[in-house]
Design a protein around this ligand. Structure first.
Ligand code: GLN
Length: 488
């Protein structure tokens, strides 16, 4: 088996036993990143920086002081700031920007021994569902290069699916880990809001943003999530005072009697017949594994679209005000007074979707409209969270599709922001409630494109989600299928 077909768990063992070195492993993946450049997954690589980290990992293995993930290579979504690589958030505004520090999640993974391969493409400031909002280049889905990979963590999903990295970090504000994982046939988990520190994650919507791993298996996600999570009280006041768990411990637990809630609203009109078929089959597989299906209702599912597309832009309009040409990032070359400098800098630096959201966000927060939009949205957000608590009275996990369709064609929805927003319908509810959610490869639909099963857990229920996903992966092989090799 080639190095790039190994999982994180397998690689970690081989590295610890010195059957392969961190330098060899990193070199192999860097070469693949180069030979698959046309997929557009990477925004930045730096061989010297990567190999320096790999040499340090090999030394720690030789000394016997290595962390559990020593020498395992990973690439990071370009939303995480990194000292050794540029950090752009997929935006011209931050082109060439270098952070003086590493994001907490990156620092924690590095402490565990992870070697950084580079930075991965994403929608500008993580706003999007197709990666077409990247200011630099589109990302192609390796299962069909005429299709989008999903977004906003599209580069992460493609890097993992095309074996350009054994795993990657992603961020999920309204579905950006789960939806690209689903569209590219990889496994990804967004933990409970507050599990992972947001320090050094370039902010989009702070009450929703959350980091998580994307990999090929639930076991790998469990390994990585354990290394990424944990309190960060001095740097992120919303990080939970909850020690990181070893999420691998309960992977094997039986799921006999597990109550799986199936929300009627996730199977209504608008769900593609191909996706429905794959999800129905997955639910039947769970029944064979001993789980019980329980019909439930999440009555405000549809409302999560307007609620999210008020709250997220409101927070974004505030967060993005820091990009004013003064402290960092782009500054217009020619301008008159200070106000003119702000205007020109922001007009040049931000792309259309980012500008659209800043305008919507500013509008819904403005005097006279705040009560009608922002406050109403907050009230409904609470009701959506309450609906989940009601549902979790009857079930242990909730299952349904990640998205209504498989990945669409590049360009198909690029002129229609609302069409993009509507496709987020099944991922937004868990985001608004702050609940953990994951995507597990569950079959193939139209055009042979991957379909992801979404599993949603109650607060802090990551271990149970990963357990349910792992048992499913032991009974199925969808997560092992690989897209065709596309080179050059
Ligand atoms: N697609 C959603 C949006 O455009 C979610 C993005 C995300 O989770 N970062 O806002």
């Amino acid at each position: 088996m080639s190095l790039h077909d190994l999982t994180v768990a397998q690689l970690a063992i081989m590295l610890a036993k010195k059957e392969v070195s961190a330098v060899e492993t990193a070199t192999h993946f860097l070469a693949r990143a180069t030979s698959h450049e046309s997929l557009g997954a990477y925004l930045a690589a730096d061989e010297e920086a990567t190999l320096a980290q790999a040499r340090a990992a090999d030394e720690s293995i030789a000394r016997g002081t290595a962390g559990v993930l020593a020498g395992v290579p990973m690439a990071h979504k370009d939303i995480f700031v990194t000292r050794d690589f540029p950090s752009t958030a997929g935006s011209k505004m931050l082109e060439g920007y270098r952070s003086p520090f590493d994001a907490t999640v990156v620092a924690k993974l590095t402490t565990a021994g992870v070697v950084t391969l580079g930075k991965l493409n994403c929608d500008e400031f993580a706003m999007g569902s197709s990666n077409e909002n990247s200011a630099f280049k589109p990302v192609r889905n390796p299962w069909d290069i005429s299709r989008i990979p999903g977004g906003s963590s599209g580069g992460s999903a493609v890097a993992v699916a095309a074996r350009l990295a054994p795993a990657a970090t992603g961020t999920d504000t309204g579905g950006s880990i789960r939806q690209p994982a689903s569209f590219c046939g990889v496994t990804g988990i967004k933990p409970t809001y507050g599990r992972a520190s947001r320090y050094g994650m370039i902010a989009f919507a702070s009450s929703l943003d959350q980091a998580g791993p994307m990999a090929r298996t639930a076991r790998d996600c469990a390994l990585l999530l354990g290394a990424m999570c944990g309190p960060d009280p001095d740097r992120d006041s919303t990080s939970l005072d909850l020690p990181a768990e070893d999420f691998t411990l309960s992977l094997q637990a039986s799921i006999e009697g597990l109550r799986i809630g199936v929300p009627a609203e996730f199977f209504g009109q608008g769900l593609g017949a191909d996706v429905r078929q794959a999800i129905d089959n997955a639910l039947q597989e769970y029944q064979r594994l001993g789980a019980k299906l329980v019909p439930i209702s999440l009555p405000r599912t549809e409302l999560s679209i307007p609620v999210y597309y008020i709250i997220a832009p409101a927070e974004a309009s505030s967060n993005l005000s820091r990009f004013d040409g003064v402290k960092f990032g782009h500054r217009a070359g020619q301008y008159g007074d200070l106000m003119d400098m702000y205007k020109k800098t922001r007009a040049e630096g931000f792309g259309d979707e980012v500008k659209r959201r800043i305008m919507i966000g500013t509008y819904v927060l403005s005097h006279g409209y705040y009560d009608a939009y922002y406050l109403q949205a907050q009230k409904i957000r609470r009701m959506i969270a309450d609906d989940f608590q009601q549902a979790f009275g009857q079930c242990d996990v909730i299952a349904g599709p990640v998205a209504p369709t498989v990945a669409w064609k590049i360009g198909e929805k690029s002129d229609d922001p609302v069409a993009n927003y509507l496709a987020d319908i099944f991922t937004l509810p868990a985001s608004l409630a702050g609940l953990p959610g994951m995507s597990v490869p569950a079959g193939f639909g139209e055009g042979g494109m991957p379909v992801g099963l979404q599993l949603i857990g109650n607060y802090f229920g990551e271990a149970r989600l990963l357990n349910a996903a792992h048992r499913f992966q032991q009974a199925t092989d969808f997560h092992l299928r690989r897209p065709p090799e596309i080179r050059a």
